[in-house]
Design a binder for this molecule. Structure first.
Ligand SMILES: [Zn+2]
Length: 310
């Protein structure tokens, strides 16, 4: 659980004072007394069936004595862009491509920040369901002072082609390197028929460390992890492996301050800008429906039918 370790490192980091300054991230998963009460009964036991070894929930109560972060949380964005549907690519049989899929978000609960913001914290898992590895390498570009990311797209004969795939950035709060713009988190309102209606809250441009964290039960999953370090040299997700950011990881939030009670959907989309070459761009989103009542959040098994929405 690298991010669990990371999390506690972060607490130490905050205790040591000042090392998270300059970050635009949310405070660590420190709960207010009210949120502690709510969080003690969550996260719900529901976890995706395809996660072979779901992370054990960490009691928020044990974190209540953590220092209050001094930084101001990111304000709820007012602009809520909706990505255009990406056409499904035709699969070239000469290529061994990855296929990125987001599992339905889980471990969801409402956290109230000292500043008054209400955020949904949740765990996010990304599966490589394709036959090919997602492998990216960084290269420093002095002219632009960035670290460009190149994806190695493998052919069945073992050779590979290079595909530009965005930028690595050093994430101060996580203290390691991320691929920029790798995930998009949205809360949607629903129509009376339970269809996704409008984006009502969003966390855009989430950066991510790509690594083999949990082996799925897919028969073609690699037996051992290959990518285990979040550096700027090489990152990846092996076939059949899952990369998870747990709910207590800084940034694992959508700010829902002011959102009325009702039934909504949290939709998480991997590679929303289509930076990575993969088999199918039509299956990148995972969706979890939930009821919101004040600080209580109830995850639902599926889209509701005939609900009244605000
Ligand atoms: Zn990270």
């Amino acid at each position: 659980m690298p991010h669990l370790v990371l999390f506690f490192s972060l607490i130490l980091c905050v205790v040591a004072a000042g090392c998270s300054a300059g970050s635009t991230d949310d405070p660590p998963a420190t709960a207010t007394p009210a949120a502690t009460t709510a969080a003690a009964t969550v996260p719900p036991p529901t976890t995706p069936a395809s996660v072979a070894d779901p992370p054990a929930p960490v009691s928020i109560a044990t974190m209540a004595s953590s220092p209050t972060p001094s930084e101001t949380p990111t304000a709820l964005p007012t602009d809520t862009p909706t990505p255009a549907p990406t056409p499904t690519a035709t699969v070239d049989p000469s290529l061994l491509l990855p296929d990125l899929q987001t599992l339905p978000p889980y471990d969801m609960f409402v956290q109230v920040w000292p500043e008054g913001n209400h955020v949904i914290r949740f765990s996010n898992s990304i599966l490589n369901a394709g036959p090919g590895v997602l492998k990216v390498l960084g290269e420093s570009d002095r002219s632009t002072a960035t670290t460009r990311v190149t994806q190695h797209v493998y052919n069945v004969d073992g050779t590979y082609d290079e595909h530009p795939a965005g930028v690595f950035e050093f994430h101060v709060t996580h203290d390691h390197w991320h691929v920029e713009n790798f995930a998009l988190y949205e809360v949607w309102s629903l129509t009376a028929d339970g269809e996704l209606d409008e984006v009502v809250a969003v966390t855009d441009k989430v950066s991510y460390c790509l690594m083999d964290e949990t082996r799925s039960d897919r028969p073609d999953a690699h037996p051992e992890p290959t990518y285990t370090v979040c550096d700027q040299i090489i990152q990846g997700i092996s076939p059949g492996w899952i990369d998870t950011y747990e709910y207590n990881t800084p940034g694992q939030i959508v700010d829902i301050t002011g959102l009325p009670d009702g039934t909504y959907a949290l939709r998480s989309t991997v590679d929303p800008d289509d930076q990575m070459r993969e088999m199918d761009n039509g299956n990148n989103a995972g969706t979890t429906y939930f009821d919101l009542a004040g600080e209580e959040l109830l995850m639902l098994d599926g889209p509701p039918t005939g609900v009244e929405t605000d």
